[in-house]
Design a protein. Sequence first.
Length: 410
Amino acid sequence: MPGEEPNLEELAELCETAGYEVVYQLSQQRHPHSQYNIGPSKLKELAEAVKRLGIEKIIFENELKPLQEYNLAKALGVEMIDRTRLILEIFTLHASSLEAKLEIKLAELRYELPRAKEKVRLAKRGEQPGFHGLGAYEADVYYEEISRRIQKIQKKLDEIKRKKVISIRRTRLEGIPTIALAGYTNSGKSTLFRRLTGYPAEVSNKLFTTLSTKKRITRILGKPVYISDTVGFIKNVPAMLVSAFMSTLMEVVESDLVLLLVDGALPMPEVRQRLNVTLSTLRQIGVVNKPIILVFNKADLIMPEKRDKLIEMVNGAFPAVVVSAKTGENIDLLEKTIDSMLSGFVKFTAKIPLEEATPLLLSQLRERGMVESMTYHDGFLEVTATTPAQLAERIKALTWNGGSFQLSET
């Protein structure tokens, strides 16, 4: 479209992530041609490149209509896909859990559904790359088959989502806060997840290496928290793709605090653009009125004067920290910022009758809290600790028979 940036650099990165070797790039600023998307002169240029370079597949940044895809395949003799199909290919390569695989299949079918009837009609004109086998269908039959498969997969995902809601509610009953890592793909979320939790998460400079949510319990300045890492965001992703991944993205929606990562080593205009994309996506999935800490990652690649500009860019709208998840630089500052925004913990001193001080209670105190002292004296367990408010209330209830409970300043 006139006035739009080509975005070919990111498209090339997506292609390489999918395993393609990029041998030729072409861009044009114009209103999409009804028959070919690109204009006739660019089509001729592309045809010459296909012959000269032996190109096997062509990938468009913008969406292709079935007629455009068919006409291009007929004119050039190779398969055409657009950005959405490319992203789906990458998702398929990286999906490991049943949930992610179902979400990807749902997205593929939702992508295909509005195109189904037209693709069958076009296939009956003559098979072209990308249209093979469709000529054997009747348009309405193919459409109904896709609709049935969508309903079947959606039913399975609804059951997974129901179980996930139950799991999230159980976590909330523990009173341990949940922190979600969100941000643009390849901003370093998995590296930060590894840094904060010690979990050996896969780290890669390729896009979309994380599709299934990882969730681990760790401690931030002694306080227990759950940290979850999930799929990264990217610009120009259709709403259909975002909605298909809602089951996975629930961890972000239901979290108590979001760490929003941006690659701070990028040029300032790109940093601003990616920040806008991620904030817009968070709103799209329903993350509103939730505390957010903005984390500019890759400090090891950022000059000191630029660090100041990054913080100034936020203009106080969010707490912001410049860190290096790779080297650990400023992670202590990030943990202090997280700690200042965590709520729900209370510090107390309690005398608990020994008969109430069960092994399970002691285990919960150690796992869910920060125990400063614990001594046995005159038939009581005397403990000073900081724990989630829910656990503190339970302990308070155990002190009714001769014990005591006193809140302290945290």
